[in-house]
Design a protein around this ligand. Structure first.
Ligand code: ATP
Ligand code: MG
Length: 425
């Protein structure tokens, strides 16, 4: 039998996994400085947790869910995103209580699942790093969180980025715009793509997202959501822009960027990579926004019914960094290679390797008993700094030969002096 991984998934192999660890470590380091803490939620959730909050008419829920009924006939789905699970957890664990810090600031990282058509940077199991701030209605939260996202990308050498923002306004003003947009779009109903026709009454804001050329022409003339903002929404958006300016962060406003998820209101944003290697196509590498009202939908208290968060795809972060010609550091190289020339030295070689590991060195040992020439070649290929050579004589005399692979010098020392030697490597 020849098995293959499921379509739209990847194996993250040695050589690559170190880069993933580097990215994850960079995220932890940056987020920690902003006082965010990690939350790990289950990989699967009750279907309704996602469906209700993300929205039944979104692509994620209507087309892309990996849902199933388990053996107890519960409707389960693999998580397609991180915000709904995190808000569910926040409310369920009463993290708004007085013993917890306020606002609640959390990050997560891990696999997400969406049944999509796989292509470059688009997978069925992909990996997100995301953050949420729950309980702040201060626009400074929006700006600080966007700054944190940009800082993370800078850590990966991703600098050719563009921050695009928009405001959907309060839920009420968003609702008002929804009707304005429906009124506009119905004039062109016949000319819309099939997808957009379907969305027109269910989720008209999504029509603005359409990549279809027929739709695009119509969208160009659509009324701007910014003209529908009420006083409160405008003031909020003005302060977000002003705080970005104070922070010296350049941004552009795109009144057609609405984001696909139902729970967003006020600020929404995307970070795009402008790297030339993406062939001039602006690629979204991070996206998020404000979701006031979501916490109470999950049964949380009204006083903390405000949220702001983002998610970024690790696969796309890697692509963006490579597109800018960066090379994310891989693994550290071997310090000591233990060469063992005869089976009688097997246990002795094992002890030598352990002494070097105790000294915090990276150690590999040979398992072949091949000729010394072959074993040195392998050590060389691994870029080992030192080879510890163990033959029958060394075992009998309780000694080890240490070969410095840079200078070629050899040194014979007693077993008892190994710790002192390795401590100084
Ligand atoms: P897109 O418009 O590219 O489909 P989205 O709006 O569905 O993105 P979000 O749900 O906001 O994306 O997810 C945030 C980030 O997660 C994206 O910017 C992207 O980096 C990553 N992402 C989303 N879907 C996938 C996927 N199927 N494969 C890889 N990365 C993804
Ligand atoms: Mg998508």
């Amino acid at each position: 039998m020849h098995y293959q991984k499921p379509k739209g998934t990847i194996d993250i192999l040695p050589g690559q996994s170190e880069k993933w660890q580097y990215i994850e470590a960079a995220a932890r380091e940056v987020f920690q400085r902003y006082n965010f803490h990690e939350v790990r939620t289950p990989i699967f959730e009750h279907f309704e947790v996602i469906a209700r909050s993300v929205g039944e008419s979104t692509d994620i829920v209507s087309k892309e869910m990996y849902d199933f009924y388990d053996k107890g006939n519960r409707h389960i789905t693999l998580r397609p995103e991180g915000t709904a699970p995190l808000v569910r957890s926040y409310v369920e664990n009463k993290l708004y209580g007085p013993e917890h810090s306020h606002p609640f600031k959390a990050y997560y990282m891990g696999p997400m699942f969406r049944y999509e058509r796989p292509q470059a940077g688009r997978l069925r199991q992909f990996h997100q790093i995301g953050v949420e701030v729950i309980g702040s209605s201060n626009p400074a939260t929006d700006v600080e969180t966007m700054m944190m996202a940009l800082e993370f990308f800078n850590c990966l050498g991703v600098n050719e980025t563009k921050l695009v923002i928009n405001s959907l306004g309060t839920r009420e003003s968003r609702k008002k715009y929804r009707q304005t947009l429906i009124d506009y779009l119905t004039q062109f109903e016949e000319q819309l793509s099939e997808d957009s026709k379907r969305r027109l009454y269910q989720n008209p804001l999504r029509v603005l997202d359409s990549k279809d050329v027929r739709d695009q022409k119509i969208i160009t003339g659509a009324p701007s959501i910014l003209d529908s903002l009420d006083k409160e929404s405008s003031l909020f958006f003005e302060e977000v822009k002003q705080l970005l300016e104070v922070a010296n962060i350049s941004y552009s406003v795109d009144h057609r960027m609405v984001r696909g998820l139902d729970y967003y209101n006020h600020t929404v944003f995307e970070i795009m990579s402008e790297a030339a290697a993406f062939n001039g196509v602006l690629t979204t590498i991070c996206a998020g926004g404000r979701y006031d009202g979501l916490i109470s939908e999950f049964g949380g208290p009204a006083v903390v019914d405000t949220g702001f968060g983002f998610a970024l795809g690790i696969e796309r972060a890697l692509l963006a960094s490579e597109a800018e010609g960066r090379s994310i550091p891989g693994s550290r190289e071997i310090d000591v290679y233990v060469a063992c020339l005869a089976p009688s030295g097997n246990g002795y070689a094992q002890q030598v390797a352990q002494i070097a590991r105790k000294a915090k060195l990276i150690v590999e040992r040979d398992i072949s008993y091949q000729k010394i020439r072959n074993q040195l070649r392998k050590a060389n290929k691994l870029n080992a700094k030192i080879v510890a050579i163990i033959g029958e004589n060394e075992v009998n005399d309780a000694q080890v030969v240490l070969k410095d692979m840079h200078s070629g010098e050899e040194l014979r020392i007693p077993y008892t002096q190994l710790t002192a030697y390795f401590d100084n490597v």
